[in-house]
Design a binder for this molecule. Structure first.
Ligand SMILES: [Zn+2]
Length: 355
């Protein structure tokens, strides 16, 4: 879901609503689970109990340029630090959940060519981590994990039918139906960023054209801004990027927009339109009671979301639109890692009933 992030880009700044004390351990309940949230720029690992209490948490930089071997070694080291911080050994952990970017096959445990991890192609990540840690391990797409985190501990608590959408460097999602994460036949469901919005639109890294992600993500905003600067002399977009085109990000575009730059406002309005088109389709497809919006771009607030909701209202069935409420994601950077522990717990319980 998330692409390569640059310093200061919107995807890195969603620290809002950090409701949970990162490290507590005061009222820890067993069993314990390890969550791993692998991203293109950072690795987050944690030990958590079934109530979402984070016993420990470790964050490190993803050595992405080193390829799978370096990244997997860094994951294992981070898990070691999380275990140390929690004062436990791997033997005291019930299962491990790995949230990874890109399509993850739930049957084979293979991670398929994530766009923000160079050199990764069909990596059997679940089995590798399981062998290295010696503990039952389960693989899930990172946006699905975040949806599961929000369902269990965040903005989706108590909701039976909702759609989670993360607007970040990329765009991802997760679908909750009847109180459960809908994963599809092989675990690939919920790729809301790759809904076709404009079939004649630009080429997406997935191979399709005009996906929501290629039109309205943080990367799409930055790319379009750079194009306007280079091809149409929109120099004002450089004002909040220190005059350096490589520093133009969704965040600098947002700053320009709230300070009255009309080109930046137009860029955000266009992204909002496309997001609204996508939301309208999601509302018609799923008739959700709730749409939870996460990711750094959501921090733009009304300037992006209000027009998006208006477009969705104009396009969705009226009764479906009236039934939906919108909420911001509540778990911030911890949604994926917490969701990974929930997934590990659910999958481990399935295994227990089979034996
Ligand atoms: Zn796509």
């Amino acid at each position: 879901m998330s692409g390569k992030k640059k310093k200061g880009e919107a995807g890195e700044t969603n620290d809002y609503c950090f409701r949970r004390t990162p490290v507590s351990g005061t009222s820890v309940r067993t069993p314990l689970f390890i969550g791993i949230d692998l991203g293109g720029t950072k690795i987050l690992t944690a030990v958590a109990d079934p109530t979402g209490n984070l016993v420990s948490r470790d964050q490190s930089v993803t050595p992405a340029s080193g390829g799978p071997e370096s990244v997997i070694a860094a994951i294992v080291e981070s898990v070691g630090r999380s275990l140390n911080q929690a004062g436990i050994t791997i033997a005291e952990v019930t299962a491990v959940g790995v949230a990874a970017p890109g399509p993850s096959d739930s049957v084979t445990g293979i991670l398929h060519t994530p766009p923000n991890l160079p050199g990764w192609h069909e990596v059997p990540l679940r089995d590798i981590i399981q062998a290295k840690l010696g503990k039952a391990t389960f693989l899930i797409n990172d946006a699905q994990a975040a949806a599961l985190g929000e369902l269990t501990f965040g903005a989706g608590r108590g909701a039976r039918n909702f759609v989670y959408i993360t607007l970040s460097t990329g765009i991802g999602g997760g679908i909750i139906i009847d109180g459960k994460l809908y994963r599809g036949a092989r675990g690939f469901a919920g790729e809301v960023g790759h809904m076709t919005i404009d079939d004649r639109g630009p080429l997406c890294h997935c191979g399709n054209t005009g996906c929501l992600e290629v039109l309205a993500s943080g990367s799409a905003l930055a790319r379009e801004a750079r194009r306007l600067i280079q091809e149409e002399g929109a120099a004002s977009l450089l004002d909040y990027a220190g005059g350096d085109i490589t520093e133009v990000t969704a965040e600098t575009i947002h700053l320009a927009a709230i300070n009255g730059d009309s080109v930046a406002q137009e860029l955000i309005a266009r992204a909002a339109y496309y997001i609204g088109v996508g939301l309208g389709s999601l509302i018609n497809l799923f008739n959700p009671e709730l749409i939870v919006i996460g990711g750094g771009l959501a921090n733009m607030g009304d300037i992006l979301l209000k027009p998006a909701f208006e477009v969705a209202a104009a396009r969705a069935f009226r009764h479906s639109y009236r039934a939906v409420r919108f909420a911001r994601a509540a778990l911030g950077h911890n949604s994926g890692v917490l969701g990974a522990t929930v997934f590990a717990r659910q999958e481990a319980a399935k295994g227990d009933t089979r034996h």
